[in-house]
Design a protein around this ligand. Structure first.
Ligand code: BGC
Length: 679
């Protein structure tokens, strides 16, 4: 059954004689897409900003509960393309610029999703790091860069027993990812070296050549199209090619076994709800409710935990909470980003209201989105606080609203998404990747128009990835800045709680914010003369903070950075125990501030010089809640996953011998304790 016959974005044919229903593959990474009565979860980039494995796992559980309720068998996620260039259009679907943070987030997500009996589909294998030219470009990387920097999260996906891997559109070192035996074949990297026992599905339309070319390369399922013997696309010829002998029966058997093993292993033959929605047509939708109060509350919790406080002059934030007895106060709420988006944009490919998720196949429903405007109106109702609103990006209206206000809250954003799925918003000039790292709708000018008339300006940013903030960040009238990312449908209630201090922010940047776009060494390739451009990863292992550290470039806000309210910490008692390549690092962290908060304790490793790694690499993180005065021990297991690198010589992951430096601290540049151990 092809895409036109089924209910989901991808459908495998039912096999009536074996009682196997049509298996439903459905987007996307932040919740069931294009379906009613589901939730809009925070994007992957916000899950990463929590640096909290348990919340990330719970997000996977809740998303999967909605997939299961809707009868969708395969969750087309997590997206796990490690951010290479800061402009990459889909980087927000994944978990940021660091391989380890991505791998741990992937592991927690898949464990969560599959615990509900829903299959996860890790995507996109591999080097799918930009949208422009994604159907034709060749991403060229040396073996170590390819495996260590980009494939490693797939290793973690296999550790979590993922049932499905999606190969990407692009070519990898000149060979299309889905027709690449060295990558997806039975004796290749994924299935042999890493030991993946599930099935490989093509990205939608990522097949080329004949059925035999694909089947013999290790592609188990073609999408969209059909499944094995029936359907559209190149696999409509598969039966013929098997009859001709160009695909062996044993290859075909292996393909079928890989698909069906996943189905039975997760128990999808036992009481799995039938698919009860239809994204292909408006009929056949049973309108089954998959939402719940528990999911709504988790969405809010993750939004809270992913808000990154970037600036807070003289503890200006949090604002005093609205009350019925306090002194009269006027708050100005400014920007198109405070209000409701136009829900009519296909796959949310426009940016005309508050930004809670990017566009494309990874987007979610906006049906239940609570905007900052609505949430703030509720918060001040019946109190001595009044609101003046300017829900547009008109600078003179903004200045008028901000004039005389006690506080001016300016909401700005930067959007991006998937290439070529939908007609893309023209205003930004974007076709997927961001053409620059600026805010949309002249957000910088909007901020500056407000700061000219208001000394107490707070900036809230809803962002898909890094933005350059230099034109306004040091303005003395900007008293506070919150980077809220893409928080999902509880955006409004969350930012209100952060602004008024009901929530003490603890989110950390999952990427570097540079002082200038030119400080990043890698950018998306926007224009090439070739019809089949080559994108060569000459930077090797050195992107984002790894590059900034190696070249001593001071960022505006470093990877792992984030402030809290009235929360300061003291680190002590760094210890390393164990031997060889199994170690445990522990450190005591104490809240020496005046408010309870959560410290994200981060461990970076400096590898032996002979390993030729970047100066330090994230290899541990713990989210540690602390009451005033309280202290806790943060513990980091360092095993093979943390200590190994890819050895081209031995063609395996190995632990390089030598001296390791352990850096423990509050960000990649706020290192509080250092020690070493020798392997
Ligand atoms: C995207 C995939 C997605 C698929 C199905 C493709 O264009 O790259 O991530 O799962 O469409 O919608």
């Amino acid at each position: 059954m092809g895409q036109f016959g089924g209910r989901c974005v991808g459908n495998l044919n039912a096999v009536a004689r074996l009682n196997i229903p049509s298996i439903c593959l459905q987007d996307g990474p932040a919740g069931v897409r294009a379906v009613d009565l589901v939730s809009g979860f925070p994007a992957g980039i916000n899950a990463a900003a929590t640096f909290n494995r348990d919340l990330i796992r719970q997000r996977g559980v809740a998303i999967a509960e909605e997939f299961r309720t809707k009868g969708a068998h395969v969750y087309l996620g997590p997206s796990m393309d490690v951010m290479r260039a800061p402009e990459a259009g889909r980087l927000w679907e994944s978990f940021g610029a660091d391989t380890y943070l991505t791998g741990e987030s992937v592991y927690a997500t898949i464990i969560g999703v599959q615990s509900i009996g829903v299959q996860a589909c890790a995507k996109h294998l591999i080097l799918n790091n930009q949208e422009t030219y994604r159907f034709v470009e060749s991403s060229n990387a040396d073996q170590r860069t390819l495996i260590e920097r980009y494939v490693t999260p797939f290793w973690r996906a296999v550790d979590a027993n993922v049932t499905c891997v999606m190969c990407s559109y692009n070519r990898v070192n000149d060979t299309y990812a889905c027709q690449n035996p060295a990558l997806i074949g039975e004796t290749g990297l994924l299935k042999k070296t890493i030991g993946f026992e599930g099935f490989v599905v093509s990205d939608w339309g990522a097949t080329h050549g004949s059925a035999a070319d694909n089947a013999n390369s290790g592609l188990d399922v073609e999408m969209p199209g059909g499944w094995i013997l029936i359907g559209g696309g190149v696999y409509s010829d598969l039966e013929h090619e098997v009859a001709q002998g160009s695909v062996s029966v044993s290859t075909l058997d292996t393909m079928v076994i890989r698909v069906l093993t996943a189905y039975y292993r997760l128990g999808q033959d036992q009481g799995y709800p039938p698919t009860n929605f239809n994204v292909q047509s408006s009929s056949n939708n049973d309108h089954v409710n998959a939402r719940s109060n528990a999911h709504t509350s988790l969405i809010k919790t993750i939004a809270d935990a992913s808000a990154v406080l970037l600036k807070n002059v003289d503890n200006f934030l949090p604002l005093a909470a609205p009350s019925t007895s306090g002194p009269a106060r006027k708050i100005a709420l400014i920007g198109s980003d405070i209000g409701a988006p136009n829900k009519g944009c296909l796959l949310n490919a426009c940016d005309n209201g508050t930004l809670s998720i990017g566009w494309g196949s990874g987007t979610t429903t906006l049906e239940y989105l609570v905007t900052p405007l609505n949430a703030m109106n509720s918060a001040v109702a019946g109190t001595t606080t009044t609101l003046v609103t300017s829900p547009s990006d008109d600078q003179s209206k903004a200045a008028a609203a901000a004039t005389g206000a006690d506080v001016a809250l300016v909401f700005v954003n930067a959007d991006s998404g998937e290439y070529n799925v939908v007609p893309v918003d023209l205003e930004s000039g974007s076709t997927g990747d961001r053409p620059n790292l600026n805010l949309w709708h002249s957000g910088e000018a909007l901020i500056n128009a407000v700061t000219k008339v208001n000394k107490n300006t707070i900036v809230v940013m809803h962002l898909v990835g890094p933005t350059v903030v230099e034109s306004w960040i040091n303005n003395a009238n900007v008293k506070g800045v919150i980077m809220a990312g893409l928080p999902g449908e509880q955006s409004g209630p969350s930012i209100v709680d952060v602004l008024f201090g009901t929530v003490n922010p603890s989110g950390r940047l999952p990427y570097t914010i540079a002082k200038s776009a030119g400080d990043y060494n890698v950018h998306t390739v926007e224009f090439e003369f070739s019809l089949e451009p080559d994108i060569t990863y000459t930077e090797g292992l050195f992107t984002d903070y790894m590059y900034f550290d190696a070249h001593d470039i001071t960022p505006r806000f470093e990877f792992g950075f984030g402030l809290s309210y009235g929360f300061t910490t003291r680190y002590s008692s760094l210890q390393v125990s164990g031997s060889g390549s199994t170690r445990t690092v522990s450190a005591i962290v104490q809240n020496t501030g005046t408010r309870a908060g959560t410290e994200i304790v981060q461990l970076y490793l400096g590898f032996p010089a002979s390993a030729q790694e970047p100066p330090k690499l994230l290899r541990g993180f713990e989210s540690v809640p602390l009451d005033v005065g309280a202290q806790e021990t943060a513990t980091f297991p360092l095993g093979f996953n943390e200590l190994s690198v890819w050895s081209v010589t031995s063609q395996s992951r190995t632990v390089p011998p030598g001296t390791y430096t352990v850096y423990v601290g509050s960000s990649s540049r706020d290192i509080r304790l250092i020690t070493t151990f020798i392997v």
